[in-house]
Design a protein. Sequence first.
Length: 465
Amino acid sequence: MNRVDQRRIQLYPTGATEKSTGARKGSRKGPVVYWMSRDQRVEDNWALVHALDLARTKKRPCMVLFCLVDWFKGATLRQYRFMIDGLLAVEGKLRNLHVPLVVVEGDPGEVIPASIEELDAASLVMDFSPLKIKRDWNQDIIERSNIPFHEVDAHNIVPCWLASKKQEYSARFFRPKLFKLLPEFLTPFPQLVPQDFGDNVNVEIKHSISLSSLEVPRLIDRDVKPVTWLEAGASHGDRCLENFLENRIENYVALRNDPTKQVESDLSPYLHFGHISAQRVALEVRASGARVDARNGFIEQLVVRRELSDNFCYYNRDYDSPRCFPNWAKTTLKAHESDAREYIYSLEEFERGNTHDPLWNAAQLEMVQRGKMHNYMRMYWAKKILEWTETPKQAMDFAMKLNDKYELDGRDPNGYVGIAWSIGGVHDRAWKERPVLGKVRFMSYNGAKRKFDVEGYIKQVSDLT
Ligand code: FAD
Ligand code: FO1
């Protein structure tokens, strides 16, 4: 039985030889393992559906393996707390399906192959991420294992590798390709039924850790406190979606660029950690009674912009460096690199929100306090970092560092592309030339004043503290 569209699955021939891993060749007696990473949920998860189908076909149990990575790209207590709370909900839901969840700790490139051997696993299923960190883990695992390896895009509605075979220049060119395939992939999810298998298969792993008694990884930065306004996990993500559809989607298009109106969905932390599926969100939005223009405006962001970010990171490994900027932006930024900057700030001054600009400082404070800066302000925030640093490279490094340290939804393709859009014109066009930014789109304090009540936003943020 195969309920997952095969175009959503990439099979990898594992290159390991018996001597390289000492692994046993031939038929393996163990479970089908789903190594859960990006899509940390039970419902609406194509990778889990595929692992369950594969297990049923092989008449083996399916189990889920999660590898806790000690120091994940600058993540802090804020992100790990949110993630682990979400995983505790996953553990309970998997128990109802008689699917064991085992948590291990360390570098997945080492721990996953070792776990596969210990379990004598029959196959390995994993979810998809275009980020380098995940693709490097995959490569290590493929080289050190010799079992079938199935990568399932459970994050995008249209599988990333199918939506386009190349890096897309802008949303204008990507949108029609995506929308052409959407009807085939924006489908309902199958119901999951509990699996039944004898307890004659080993699903224990020697060095596994228990989630409930889990102290978040020792190494991480504990100064960035967990958020309290949002609770982690699929059920809270569902409620957040319901609330958005009931109270905010109607005004989304009209007011989404006004940070004092708060019409955003607040779904990004749930989408980033995979607590909720974008496909589920799109199905609910489409079924909602919201006006067509509001629905379409939201889908443009949730589907086109978000899947365009995965496309960019998948086809361009330089997504976290100015090397990924389009040529026109590289040329113009180079031409203006020695322009005098009106202000120059250090990373510490930016981090403390200590600039001359009260609007910029408020945006920084919102991110530090709330763990989620409003989208309009993220553009303004990043563009000002470009204006107030020595080079675009330094600007990008500062923006990524602060974004990934404080944003709950950080360390995400949307973040790298959002920063590259703001600082390097990725997916954007050239604008009127000016000092420092050159032809990269400019955003100003006065422009913001024309759009919304800047004083009101600054007050709203200062009330957070
Ligand atoms: P909504 O407006 O309700 O959008 C719903 C969903 O659509 C979002 O969750 C997201 O998945 C998608 N979406 C919305 N806007 C964008 C966009 N511009 N690009 C791609 N997808 C989008 N998003 C992150 O998820 N993580 C980040 O670290 C991040 N950093 C950013 C940094 C900069 C400099 C910029 C300009 C944008 C960044 N974004 C990031 C994109 C966007 O700002 C956030 O996705 C959005 O603010 C999340 O809040 P929301 O879910 O309430 O948004
Ligand atoms: N994924 C994991 O598999 N293990 C982790 O320990 C882990 C920590 C983590 C911390 C912050 C964060 O924003 C994401 C984190 N992720 C973790 C999820 C991450 O998105 C996925 O690993 C992706 O597959 C990487 O692109």
